[in-house]
Design a protein. Sequence first.
Length: 534
Amino acid sequence: MMYHVSEISLPLHSAAGELTARAAKRLRIKESDIASCKLYRRSVDARKKDSVHFICTAEVVLRQGMQIRKTVLQRDRKIQQVSAYQYQLPQSRPLPLRPIVAGFGPAGLFAALTLAQAGQKPIVLERGAPVEERKKEVQHFWQTGVLNPDSNVQFGEGGAGTFSDGKLTTGTKNPRIRHALETFVQAGAPDCILWEAKPHIGTDRLPGAVRSIREKIISLGGEVRFHSVLENIKMQNGGLQAVTVRQNGAAYDLPCRHLILAVGHSARDTFQMLLQKGLKMQQKPFAVGVRIEHLQKRIDEALYGSFAGDPALGAASYKLAAHLPDGRGVYTFCMCPGGTVVPAASEVGRLATNGMSAFARDGENANAALLVGLAPEDFGSTDPLAGIALQRMLETRAFRAGAGGYFAPVQRLGDFLEGTPSTGCGSIHPTYSRGVTYTDLHLCLPRFLTDALEQGVSKLAPRLSGFDDPDALLTAVESRSSSPVRIVRTERLTAAGTSGLYPCGEGAGYAGGIVSAAVDGIRCAEAVLQDSLL
């Protein structure tokens, strides 16, 4: 018998075996009746700053023949009998043509892995470089300002999340989440991602896990073609017939009946091509704003009080949200404890930023996206790609405000709130690697954004001490938080009005982070496998 015993309190530094002892006490059994007890979930309870501790869920396996009394289960609803989870591939038959996966971010990675594990030998098309080469190209861009539009923070093996914090949190509920996390661990990610309430791999460790999964796909008969752009799709009576691929300057056609479109949220040229081919697409709400930087030490103190700095806790993270009187939402996103703000452009002459942190999260600053929610009525057009046009406008303005060279426009929060241009920083120094230009962000952000950010800071500040520190730094522009477009798909996960096309992941508008994109990739692969039985 296996049980999950939740809401077990443990001190930050507990003795070996204490989890087992407390689980046994809750189950009203002897410790010797337990065959195994391991940590299944752990979060930090910092509601009382004088008593910061962990809240844990234990996974308990009883010795053979042992059972928990019914009265115990009836009285304690935090004890649940469970079965061991194991992902099962759906049944399938060999497809007449090898399936193709366009894009090798989390959605494409897990779609290809699932297809490969089912014996379908997928072909992956990735416009960017392998992660080893991509890391060098990204570093070169950060150092020199010379951008490769096809291999950068947005494009390349592993997707945009590879140069972020490697956060694996998700608001979705799906049993495939566990499978995705276990796959990452098998690929070399730290096993703590299986039980931490806010798991992360770190940008220093995620590339190795991505490379390991790629090697697994290839060992199962899959193929990964890098520097390969999906240039066209060829349809007949709504059915997919072939795709056109441009690789290293040369184009060729590849016969295809099943294509998973996992191109990511920045594949703007691909979205334009798909719209021209008649795919049904919709405008989708998204958010834009800035990155905000604070001293990590101050964030730790605000959240953990006198326990700040305890190595058992690590760097503190926060998540804040507020609703403004006009109905807009302002919130923080992709918070990177002990991290850096990074150049994340994918188009020449347009500047975008992101945040990243290593697994240790030991940098001096904390940074997060401070975003304003946008609805289609803000886009200024009914064109399905109007949100992309808005992103481009903001990125062009930010590039110019930074004085070119992908230097980022930056302003102290105190100056921003007073409407005064910044001429330098205070106690908090910028981490943006290309360099910054101190300015007034009101010059590059539209009024509706700056007004919302100003109101948002005033509403968020009471929820986190020091959030409105005048020396906090705002770096523009954070424009790639999610896709501004959705490719409409059916219940069978195919693009509306077509067969064989499977819009997938964050770029297609069906995910919002590494884990949810991975799960959507698995689901789309399962849909392809199901189609093989028809």
